[in-house]
Structures are given as structure tokens and as C-alpha cells.
Design a protein around this ligand. Structure first.
Ligand SMILES: [Zn+2]
Ligand SMILES: [Zn+2]
Length: 264
């Protein structure tokens, strides 16, 4: 079973379970590795209601390093960066202080609007305009060169608000070009299948555009409860193989390696 590289814990205050619970769940599925990626603490309190606090962060690191023994599955120390404009200086000095295995960066906000929080907040919104703005923030995140993996690349579709694929494709292509030149990986995030979008993040046509650029992929369930670990992974593997992917990325100490996808 392919490792799950996107997992939250109760420290972010909107998930249940601690790292040992997630390791047990991954082990029961036959995974040899998992990466815990809870929401990064931000010094200025940005999006504090969904993130770890600076005070919680040492506990997070301790709870993961306490699991780094000889037992299987291996537990990697990851983080999901809550990217927002102007955060670069902070993360530039903060990230090197910890021995992360993987740094995923996600955009959830356009300015101070969390696009994935409340479907009602989309009422009256210019959908195409919102997607344009989202990809502008995403481009800035990629340009920073600070992160390894792009999380749920087309998150604004979560509640079903999406412009025509042609526009999404136009917006995404320059970002994918940049992801490729930066050597970043994109996450195949299966949680979208359980949302109103009813589709993996990113959409299959975007995964095909990523393959054209030879962008590596990794897999994440975005689990907020232990029983969600590895959800829909077989479906995701089948999908990316149909598109033409043959391998996926693993990380250790922020170094990427490539591994063949398992046979169906
Ligand atoms: Zn996220
Ligand atoms: Zn997440």
C-alpha cells in the first residue's frame, strides 16, 4: 500500500486522533510509511482556528519523534503550511530549524477568505474571478521556492463552484510550469471524492497536464480521523495509471525519491 502523506491530528483542533492512532491505522492497511502533516503554526495568528499554536508545536514534534523507532510503518515528520501572502520571511527562517521529512504547502485562503470553509460564503461570488485570484496566490507560493509538495491544487472546487475546464487549464498551466521547474511534487488528494466536488484534487485533466511536465506525484487522504487513512487510494492509483503515471514520490529529510506504482 502506498504511503499516506497527508494526515492531521487533534492538535489542530478540528481533527481527532494522535500520531500513534494514525500509525496503527496505516499499519492495519499494510502501509510501510505515513507522513503526519498537521497545519503549521503561524506567528501572527493567521488562521489560528485551524492551526497548531506555536506552543503546541513542540508537542507535535515530540509525539512524532517518539514513534521513530524500528517498528513499521515508519512515521515521517511533515507539516502542511498554511500559505498566505507575506508568510515567506517567517517560513524561510522557521523551516530549517526542524528536521522535517516533507513540507507540503497549501492555499486555503484568498486574502482572508477561507474558500473551503463554508459553502454559503460563495453566494454571489464571481466564480471565475475567485479561481483567478486563487491561482495568483498559488503561483506566489510556488515561486517562494520554500516548499516540497503542493497540496490539493484545485481546492476552490470543493463545494462545486468551478469555471469551465478551459479556464482552469489556462490558469493552471503557468503554475504547473513553475512547479516543474522548481522540482516540486503535487499531491493526489483523495478527500475531494467525499466533498460536493466528488472528484480527486486535482482534476484528472490537471493530473494529465502535470504528467506532460513530468511533475512527480504523492498521495494524501487529508485524514482528520484515523479511519480516513488511505481512503480511496486504490481508486486514485488506478486513475493516475490510466492517465499514464508509472511512479510516485517518497520523501525523507526533504529529499525526494521515486518508486514504481504497485500493480493493480
Ligand atoms: Zn489543506
Ligand atoms: Zn490537510
Amino acid at each position: 500500500m502506498i504511503p499516506d502523506y497527508h494526515i492531521h491530528t487533534s492538535l489542530c483542533r478540528h481533527a481527532t486522533g494522535m500520531p500513534p492512532d494514525y500509525r496503527d491505522a496505516a499499519g492495519a492497511l499494510g502501509m510501510d510509511e505515513l507522513c503526519i502533516t498537521d497545519h503549521s503554526p503561524n506567528p501572527d495568528g493567521f488562521a489560528q482556528y485551524v492551526c497548531m499554536t506555536m506552543n503546541d508545536f513542540p508537542r507535535y514534534c515530540d509525539s512524532i519523534s517518539g514513534l521513530q523507532d524500528a517498528r513499521s510503518p515508519t512515521v515521517l515528520l511533515g507539516i502542511e503550511i498554511e500559505y498566505y501572502n507575506g508568510c515567506e520571511n517567517h517560513f524561510n527562517s522557521w523551516l530549517p530549524q526542524y528536521s522535517f521529512d516533507l513540507v507540503m504547502a497549501s492555499v486555503h485562503f484568498i486574502d482572508d477568505w477561507p474558500v473551503d470553509k463554508d459553502p454559503e460564503s460563495w453566494n454571489g461570488v464571481d466564480v471565475a474571478g475567485a479561481w483567478r485570484r486563487y491561482f495568483t496566490v498559488l503561483q506566489r507560493m510556488v515561486d517562494s521556492g520554500l516548499f516540497d509538495v503542493v497540496g490539493h491544487l484545485d481546492l476552490p472546487k470543493k463545494f462545486g463552484h468551478r469555471p469551465p475546464d478551459k479556464l482552469i487549464s489556462e490558469l493552471a498551466q503557468p503554475v504547473l510550469d513553475r512547479i516543474a521547474s522548481m522540482g516540486m511534487t503535487i499531491e493526489i488528494n483523495t478527500s475531494g471524492l467525499e466533498k460536493r466536488a466528488a472528484e480527486i484534487y486535482p482534476a484528472p485533466f490537471l493530473i494529465a497536464l502535470a504528467l506532460e511536465r513530468e511533475i512527480p506525484i504523492c498521495f494524501g487522504s487529508d485524514a482528520h480521523a484515523p479511519e480516513q487513512v488511505g481512503r480511496h487510494f486504490n481508486e486514485a492509483i488506478e486513475l493516475v495509471k490510466d492517465i499514464g503515471y508509472q511512479s510516485y514520490a517518497r520523501y525523507r529529510a526533504r529529499q525526494q525519491s521515486s518508486q514504481l506504482l504497485p500493480a493493480p
